[in-house]
Design a protein. Structure first.
Length: 323
């Protein structure tokens, strides 16, 4: 745990790995707590992976793996989001861009085109992140020294943690989504907000002038594997919900892999290394859970009382193996 008072003086430096919706929102809440923050991402901009095409904010009254704890985190997230300056964009990548702007205004530094290779430890304490340049305008390798590290690298977090000696059961959840932002009439879609069909792994959303349908491969053998099949399925879902073929052709079709966990709850909190934290495994609801998860992690790192129970999200619940 880091001292809140020291953080207030801006002395504590925290390095965040991953600039998806979770990494960026974590940066915002930690900067609000007074820390000096640097965020790294291998991509050239924020929300370029699972957060890119994620749709609107589904509040999972039922998740793909429904649990009461996912529900509490979603409700808490909604409370945290309502505390922010409104209005907020409801598409995940636009929301992430807005949070990036807010974070930058608080002094958060973003560095793109650097891939984390490993975390270096000295005497059981992690001291630096070793990163290599992965775009032409960056050169060679760099090292980022910090007092604490937050892993928010989506699916890649599993391999990064494995190199650090921690095996966490993080599972890829492949999803396909169709999003159309247009002048849509509300009456037709209000019934969709939010709608989760756990049997078919389908999320449907309507908000303002945007409609979004997402389907997930709920089993490894699912026939949806081929993108073309998923696209056709989404097309027919959209048409069945009243969109014309012309409108469907104007929509954005997108595929991404979100990280989930065996019990459907994210991992939020410390790891086996005292100054390395995780905020990963949000499955099909990362955008919806981002504010609550990040506020919770900021409170844990600052050693403040948390507003919701933090135990259900700890890594040392069943299924975790430390080697
Ligand atoms: C089809 C689909 C539809 C969805 N719909 C919804 C929805 O309606 N509502 C909802 O709430 N959620 C939805 N989700 C889930 C949501 O997209 C994810 O839960 C969320 O994006 C996870 O965010 P993240 O920041 O953890 O991961 P990511 O967005 O994947 O971010 C991880 C970041 O880490 C970076 N990174 C990875 N490895 C490294 C490395 N070694 N070095 C440096 N950087 C690295 C990546 O470049 C990436 O930018 C959907 C997901 C999919 C796939």
């Amino acid at each position: 745990m880091l001292s809140y008072f020291t953080a207030l003086l801006g002395f504590m430096h925290i390095c965040i790995l991953g600039a998806g919706v979770i990494g960026v929102t974590t940066a915002f809440y930690l900067a609000q707590s007074g820390y000096r923050i640097t965020v790294f991402d291998q991509q050239t901009e924020v929300a370029a992976e699972a957060s890119f095409g994620a749709s609107l904010f589904a509040l999972p009254s039922v998740g793909l793996k429904p649990t009461s704890m996912t529900h509490s985190l979603a409700q808490y997230s909604r409370i945290c989001m309502n505390r922010l300056e409104q209005p907020l964009p409801m598409l995940c990548r636009d929301f992430t861009a807005t949070m990036t702007k807010k974070a930058k205004q608080m002094g958060v530094r973003f560095r793109f085109g650097y891939e984390l290779e490993c975390l270096k430890s000295l005497g059981g304490h992690t001291v630096s992140a070793q990163l290599k340049a992965v775009i032409p305008r960056n050169q060679g390798q760099i090292s980022c020294q910090a007092d604490a590290f937050v892993l928010a690298a989506g699916m890649n977090s599993r391999d990064i943690l494995k190199k650090q000696g921690l095996i966490l059961p993080v599972i890829g959840l492949k999803g396909y989504s169709f999003t159309l932002t247009h002048h849509l009439s509300g009456e037709r879609f209000t019934c969709l907000y939010p709608w989760v069909d756990t049997e078919r792994g389908l999320i449907a959303n309507w908000q303002n002038n945007t409609v979004c349908f997402s389907i997930f491969e709920t089993q490894p053998s699912a026939k949806l594997r081929a993108n073309e099949q998923a696209r056709e399925k989404l097309r027919s879902i959209a048409i069945n919900h009243g969109l014309s073929s012309k409108q469907v052709d104007e929509g954005m079709f997108w595929t991404g892999v979100a990280s989930t966990t065996p019990d459907g709850l994210p991992y939020i909190g410390p790891t086996h290394q005292p100054n390395v934290y995780v905020n990963i495994g949000h499955g099909a609801f990362g955008a919806s859970l981002a504010c609550g998860s990040s506020q919770l992690l900021a409170d844990i790192i600052s050693d403040r009382p948390t507003e919701i129970e933090c135990y259900p999200y700890r890594i040392d619940r069943p299924f975790t193996i430390i080697v």
